[in-house]
Design a protein around this ligand. Structure first.
Ligand SMILES: COC(=O)c1ccnc(N)c1
Length: 246
C-alpha cells in the first residue's frame, strides 16, 4: 500500500519510522511519502491560510496550495487514490472503516490545521477521486496530523505481513468474527503468580474450548461494563439474523 501525507508539519510523522510501521516500510509492505504543503506556496512567507469569508474566529487554509499539492501528488496515475481528510465533522472512523481502507492500494491524507481547509478543495478533489472525511472521535484537535497517525496505524496493522502470527488482529476489540463488536477481555502472561494474584486457572488448563468460552464471557462482561450500547447493537443484529432465517 502506498500512503501519501500532505501536511505543514512533516516532522510530526517521525513515529511512523518506528516499530511495526517502520518495519513494514523497510519490508516494502508500506510506502509512506510525506509532503510539506508549503512546497506549493508562491509567496515568500509560504502562506497557507487566511481569514474566513463571512467573518468568525481563526484562519482557514487557502485552496491554491492544496489544489496544486493534490494535483502533483495524485496526478499522472492510472487509477486515482482515495483521499482521506481527517476532520471533527467527518463520519466516524471505526475498525470496520479501517478494514475497508486496508484493502485500498493507495491513500492520500490531507492534514488540515486551523479552522479547516477551504471547502472548494474537497469539492474539486471529489471530481477526480473518492474522498472520505473522517473523524476519530467527538473532540477537536489542533490539526489532522495526530488523527492521520491514528488512522495510518490502525489501517497498517491490518495489512498482510505487518503483524506477526503471534500478534494476530483477529482477537482485537471490535474485530469481526467470534468476538465481533465486543471489547477484548483481560489478558495475562508469565509469571502465573504475581504479588497476591493468580492467573485464572482456566488459562493454564490446556482446554482450548474452555479458554475460548472464558474469553468470550470476559469480553461480554467488559463490553457490558464499558460499552453497553455495543451489546444492544449486537443483540439487535443477532435478532435480525434469526428473524431473516425463520
Ligand atoms: C483538525 O482535525 C481534527 O481536529 C480532527 C480530525 C479527526 N477527528 C477528530 N475528532 C478531530
Amino acid at each position: 500500500m502506498r500512503i501519501d501525507i500532505i501536511t505543514i508539519f512533516p516532522d510530526y510523522f517521525a513515529p511512523l519510522e518506528l516499530s511495526l510501521i517502520g518495519k513494514a516500510r523497510a519490508a516494502g509492505i508500506l510506502d509512506i511519502r510525506l509532503h510539506d504543503l508549503r512546497s506549493w506556496t508562491r509567496d515568500r512567507h509560504n502562506t497557507v491560510d487566511d481569514t474566513p469569508y463571512g467573518g468568525g474566529p481563526g484562519m482557514v487554509m487557502k485552496p491554491e496550495p492544496w489544489g496544486e499539492a493534490l494535483d502533483t501528488v495524485t496526478g499522472g496515475a492510472d487509477a486515482p487514490p482515495r483521499l482521506v481528510l481527517p476532520t471533527p465533522s467527518g463520519t466516524p472512523f471505526t475498525q470496520e472503516r479501517a478494514k475497508r481502507l486496508s484493502e485500498e492500494p493507495w491513500l492520500v491524507f490531507a492534514c488540515g490545521r486551523y479552522e479547516g481547509i477551504d471547502a472548494r478543495v474537497v469539492a474539486d478533489a471529489g471530481r477526480r477521486m473518492p474522498v472520505d472525511e473522517m473523524s476519530i472521535g467527538d473532540y477537536v484537535l489542533a490539526g489532522g496530523e495526530s488523527a492521520t497517525t491514528v488512522i495510518v496505524e490502525t489501517v497498517s496493522r491490518l495489512l498482510p505481513g505487518v503483524l506477526g502470527n503471534a500478534e494476530s488482529a483477529v482477537q482485537d476489540s471490535f474485530a469481526a468474527g467470534a468476538m465481533e463488536n465486543l471489547l477484548e477481555g483481560p489478558v495475562y502472561t508469565k509469571p502465573a503468580h504475581w504479588r497476591d494474584q493468580e492467573v485464572p486457572p482456566v488459562l493454564l488448563s490446556g482446554d482450548h474450548g474452555a479458554v475460548d468460552r472464558w474469553r468470550r464471557h470476559e469480553a461480554l462482561r467488559k463490553t457490558a461494563r464499558n460499552r453497553p450500547e455495543l451489546l444492544r447493537e449486537l443483540a439487535a443484529r443477532r435478532l435480525g439474523e434469526l428473524e431473516r432465517s425463520d
